[in-house]
Design a protein around this ligand. Structure first.
Ligand code: FAD
Ligand code: SF4
Length: 515
């Protein structure tokens, strides 16, 4: 193969230190015969009104990655083009490679593009190597799933723990238990010291990208105070900072929400792992090491490992089990459009106002805010799943198709027939009040079910249970929660239904910003 000239096409969310196509090409033809191609696609950037900070993160990280490869001696062709195909053709015309090597995309449409007809379209052989950004690619804990059959996260996670020998004492889980949830899920104490997260200043490359992104009219969110990591070294430092400063209290407060602090003890590492600046095993190993050195308790370490080795891998695995059906999944026949308050945070509902405003400002909400505020509301209000999905895709700095579809359509909205979450994650204001301080500053009363001051999460929750009573009763995991419906007399039932219908009808008439 020495006479070959190989082009290695690296996607913007595949900025791995050891990109497999680059490793293989280096071994087979040698560094001098490799052209690395990275493509900034206008079509991809314009696909959604993406958060401006996400665009800066992605484009700046790509340019830093290209510069780092160049320093290592690679020839790098950084292409601006209308789309990937045009960019690849442009590259081929200039550099005349004899073959293309790339790694399978994490998401459905780009992978189909790579695998179906790209070689013919380019008139060159294209090698699509297996994706190495997920551990489930090395070991499949459920290799022969039966169509329509559930495979729950807990079984998946235990199989992963065993296979990768993470937090194991021989055959047994470290500390004696697989799950420490009962030690976690605490609300935030009033006087706890708020942790800080590291901030990275913008160098010349990032500043240039910020200027470019400032000119995108279709984008959403604010650009101000961009301070994310854009290199491997910075992302590595962000990981170390989390392990040293926040992992210790990660477990107890992982479900807490607060107006006082947006990120609490969360790692805020998803933007980096999702584009290859960090890798799952290094995150898991760093946490396990902290446990072994007595720097963090088992409930926090197991809680974090569960997120990365369990949930993240399970979500990716489910994505590929369920695609492309997830795109049209709508098991609860939810058809209502997304209300305007999700775009501007203008609402009297204090929880939604806080969470959406933070998303606009930072592109980040933690897990419970995404699940129990945003999705909970959308599920109770019967908002169309793909509209919710598109909103998530636009607003979050860590959002990509493989992670959005199963989390939003499956976990958040239970629209996939319960394949990911065996019951809908819905709650009234009671849960939100227990886990946050949002209700204290709200004009609605979190204890009131109907009436002028009743919290919308309350009447919508009961409206949902009443409307879907039959279906919910049939779900053994939801069964007990539905019993309360039987205790509501007919007058209150009618009042709940009336108030909900009125509220929902009014929601649809929120004006868009362009009106
Ligand atoms: P931490 O709480 O510190 O967790 C550690 C890591 O675990 C995360 O960085 C992430 O890599 C991983 N993780 C945990 N749960 C999940 C999960 N369910 N799916 C995938 N990875 C997980 N995560 C995204 O990366 N991008 C998204 O667009 C996204 N959208 C979501 C939408 C909904 C409706 C829900 C319920 C969850 C979503 N998640 C998404 C999962 C999770 O909320 C985020 O990964 C997490 O909030 C990121 O913040 P963190 O890095 O501080 O996470
Ligand atoms: Fe949200 Fe209701 Fe609490 Fe207000 S009272 S913050 S709307 S849960």
């Amino acid at each position: 193969m020495k006479d070959q000239c190989v082009s290695v096409w690296i996607l913007g969310d595949q900025l791995l230190r050891n990109h497999p196509a680059l490793v293989q090409a280096t071994k087979t033809v040698g560094i001098k015969h490799i052209q690395v191609v990275l493509i900034e696609s206008d079509g991809r950037i314009a696909q959604q009104p993406y958060h401006r900070k996400k665009l800066v993160l992605l484009l700046s990280a790509m340019r830093h990655y290209a510069a780092a490869l160049h320093e290592q001696g690679y020839q790098v062709d950084y292409v601006h083009a209308a789309d990937f195909l045009v960019g690849l053709r442009q590259h081929i015309e200039t550099h005349q490679p004899t073959r293309i090597m790339t790694m399978a995309a994490s998401e459905y449409h780009t992978r189909r593009f790579q695998e179906a007809g790209l070689a013919d379209g380019l008139g060159l052989p294209v090698d699509v190597l297996p994706n190495t950004q997920f551990l489930v690619g090395r070991f499949d804990p459920h290799p022969e799933p039966k169509p329509g059959k559930r495979y729950v996260m807990e079984n998946f996670y235990r199989a992963m723990r065993r296979y990768f020998d993470v937090l194991m004492d021989g055959d047994k889980p470290a500390g004696g238990e697989w799950n420490y949830d009962k030690h976690n899920r605490e609300p935030l104490p009033k006087h706890i010291e708020q942790p800080t997260i590291p901030a990275y200043s913008s160098d010349a490359i990032t500043q240039e990208v910020i200027q470019q992104v400032a000119s995108y009219e279709h984008a959403t969110g604010t650009l101000e105070n961009f301070n994310l990591a854009v290199t491997h070294e910075q992302a590595q430092q962000a990981l170390t900072d989390f392990i040293e400063q926040r992992l210790h209290d990660f477990g107890p407060y992982e479900d807490a929400m607060s107006t006082r602090h947006p990120t609490l003890f969360h790692s805020v590492l998803s933007p980096y792992i999702n584009i290859g600046l960090l890798e799952p095993l290094e995150m898991v190993q760093a946490a396990v090491e902290a446990y072994e050195q007595d720097q963090a308790p088992i409930n926090s370490v197991e809680g974090f490992v569960r997120q990365v080795l369990g949930w993240r891998e399970y979500i990716y695995w489910q994505y590929w089990q369920q695609m492309p059906d997830l795109y049209k999944a709508n098991d609860w026949n939810a058809t209502r459009p997304l209300p305007q308050m999700f775009w501007d945070g203008q609402t009297e509902m204090n929880c939604i106002k806080h969470v959406v405003s933070r998303a606009i400002e930072t592109g980040y909400n933690h897990h419970i805010e995404r699940l129990m505020i945003i999705c909970n509301f959308c599920m109770l209000a019967g908002i169309n799943p793909q509209q919710v999905n598109d909103w998530f895709l636009a607003f979050y700095i860590d959002a990509y198709d493989w992670v959005m579809q199963p989390n939003v359509i499956g976990m958040g909205l239970n629209a996939d027939g319960g394949r990911i979450a065996t019951k809908p994650y819905i709650s009234s204001a009671n849960y939100i009040n227990k886990m946050s301080n949002y209700c204290g500053g709200c004009r609605f009363k979190h204890k009131q079910r109907v009436g002028e001051e009743a919290c919308p999460f309350n009447f919508l929750y009961w409206h949902f249970l009443i409307t879907h009573e039959k279906k919910l009763r049939a779900n053994p995991r939801f069964g007990p929660s539905i019993l309360g419906v039987g205790r509501i007399d007919s007058t209150e039932r009618e009042a709940i239904q009336r108030q909900s219908e009125h509220f929902l009808a009014k929601l649809e008439y929120y004006k868009t910003t362009s009106e």
